[in-house]
Write a protein that binds this ligand. Structure first.
Ligand code: AMP
Ligand code: ZN
Length: 492
């Protein structure tokens, strides 16, 4: 099913298809690894994950490049304070980033490109701009892009740039909200700063040139789609377009996708506001990784999302409902045959689900028919009006749902375990919810033994003892579920 995705450049829903008819070439701006990512950052990465998963579900081949900005002002500053080389400083946050992506089940892009490994490509691009008269070297050895060289500047964000100060310069990496000025392509080092010796002088790349150079390195001069959070639209993406199109005289990305902010009380979640949570913070509070994933993707990417703890609790309940239903389907014994109404409901749910995603990735509209189907099927099972053929009709709907949402399989123990290990290793044990620590201290064998003891107690009709064991385990964060096929347990 062809995805119609809002394109910031054209201001309308455009069909997203590979220009070469083979693979969809997409670039997504990645993190700046000066610290741990917060769930606002991960909202953007998760929404891009929804996009790539839906494209793949639709049978498309995807070539997705994500960059890691591993050199910038903050990194240089923080590494200097810590007294370590920047590579050593960023390593912990790069590792943490990949671990967090794994916890949130964000698929790995085909290519991860690190800025510090593509300096020659960036220098090459600056040389090309200089040859075209669009880049100039300042007195201190820094290079700037001459904004006047690109009359189309502003075409993405549609900003009114009439008050633009031509010739005034800006050289910081931090987001410049409302001024368009000649921007730094290359920064001369201040004494003691990390720098590279190159043909254009010594220094390090500016943030914008990194993305242009790496995108073109892996995807070509023109590619299909460029993604990022809404704050990157201006100036970062305008600057990418200006540099790239001035150098190649070709369109840069054909399609631009921008994810709206994750908000807290109406304000952007951000490091500088101090109103942020990392995925680790939430795992340590006892929220499940799958609930964080679902809470962040269940609101369509083009709507701002206000973060609340209630949304995590709701997501967790929704996931439990789905998982319980799936177990019920798998474990149930149903008579041969099928119920026409259930067959129809399953076909309709699948159609509506796919149509909603194809309509600008409307995840909220996509979830609704799936939950409706689960409700109808549960009722049919309760009434004994559910057949083996109905199960066969519903399983593919769940499979399609999970190809994008990926929350049905219970893989929540591992991210929580990792977060607790991290808390222990970094002096954050006081942040771990007490029941998590208690559950963690019980080995699987110890839990199995208690579960077996409870089963034996029940058999012997010693219900008081059986209940006591259940409560004991609950206090330690282990939840028991009695089912027809025996007792299952999980750590909270
Ligand atoms: P950064 O590491 O700051 O470069 O950000 C990485 C990605 O997260 C970028 O695509 C940003 O646009 C995005 N981002 C930052 N804050 C938020 C937020 N509160 N909500 C959604 N996306 C965000
Ligand atoms: Zn970028």
């Amino acid at each position: 099913m062809t995805l119609r995705l809002y394109n910031t450049l054209t201001g309308q829903l455009d069909a997203l298809e590979p220009a070469d008819g083979k693979a969809l070439r997409m670039y997504a701006c990645g993190p700046t690894v000066y610290d741990y990512g917060h769930i606002g950052n991960f909202r953007t990465f998760l929404e891009v994950d929804v996009l790539r998963r839906f494209l793949r579900l639709s049978g498309m081949v995807v070539r997705h490049v994500k960059n890691i900005t591993d050199v910038d002002d903050k990194i240089i500053r923080n590494a200097a304070v810590a007294g370590v080389p920047i590579g050593e400083y960023t390593r912990q946050y790069v590792d943490a980033f990949f671990e967090d992506l794994e916890s949130l089940r964000v698929e790995r892009p085909e290519t991860i490109a690190r800025a510090t490994e593509h300096i020659p490509q960036m220098v090459g691009l600056i040389e090309k701009l200089a040859a075209a008269g669009a880049a100039y070297k300042a007195e201190d050895g820094s290079w700037y892009f001459r904004l006047a060289a690109f009359p189309e500047y502003g075409k993405l964000s549609k900003k009114d740039l009439s008050g633009m100060e031509d010739g005034a310069r800006v050289d910081v990496d931090e987001y410049e909200k409302d001024s368009a000025r000649d921007f730094a392509l290359w920064k001369a080092p201040k004494p003691g700063e990390t720098s590279w010796e190159t043909v254009i002088g010594s220094g390090r790349p500016g943030w914008h040139i990194e993305c242009s150079a790496m995108a073109m390195e892996y995807l070509g001069e023109t590619f299909d789609l460029h993604c990022g959070g809404e704050d990157l639209m201006f100036p970062h993406h305008e600057n990418e377009i200006a540099q790239s199109e001035t150098a190649t005289h070709k369109p840069f990305a054909r399609h631009w996708m921008h994810v709206r902010f994750l908000l807290v009380d109406g304000r952007k979640m951000s490091k500088s506001e101090g109103n942020f949570y990392t995925p680790r913070d939430l795992l340590l509070k006892g929220f499940k990784a799958s609930a964080i994933r679902l809470a962040l993707i269940s609101v369509p990417y083009r709507h701002p999302l206000n973060f609340t703890f209630d949304s995590l609790t709701d997501a967790s309940k929704a996931i439990d409902r789905l998982r319980t239903f799936r177990v019920r389907l798998a474990a149930g014994v149903f008579a041969a045959g099928e119920h026409p109404a259930m067959q129809e409901a399953a076909a309709k749910a699948r159609q509506e689900y796919l149509e909603a995603l194809a309509n600008d990735l409307n995840t909220a509209d996509a979830m609704a028919p799936v939950f409706e189907l689960v409700r109808a099927a549960n009722t049919a099972i309760d009434r004994g009006q559910f057949f083996a053929g109905d199960r066969e009709a519903i399983l593919p709907v769940l499979a399609d749902f999970d190809a994008v949402f990926d929350v049905l399989e219970d893989r929540d123990a591992e991210p929580t375990r990792r977060a607790i290990e991290w808390a222990k290793a970094t002096g954050r044990v006081s942040e771990v919810a007490p029941e998590l620590l208690a559950a963690q201290s019980l080995s699987d064998e110890a839990i199995e033994a208690l579960v077996a003891e409870r089963t034996a107690a029940k058999k012997a009709r010693n219900f008081a003892r059986a209940d006591a064991i259940r409560n004991e385990l609950a206090e330690m964060g282990v939840i028991l579920e009695d089912s027809r096929d025996g007792v299952r347990w999980k750590r909270k």
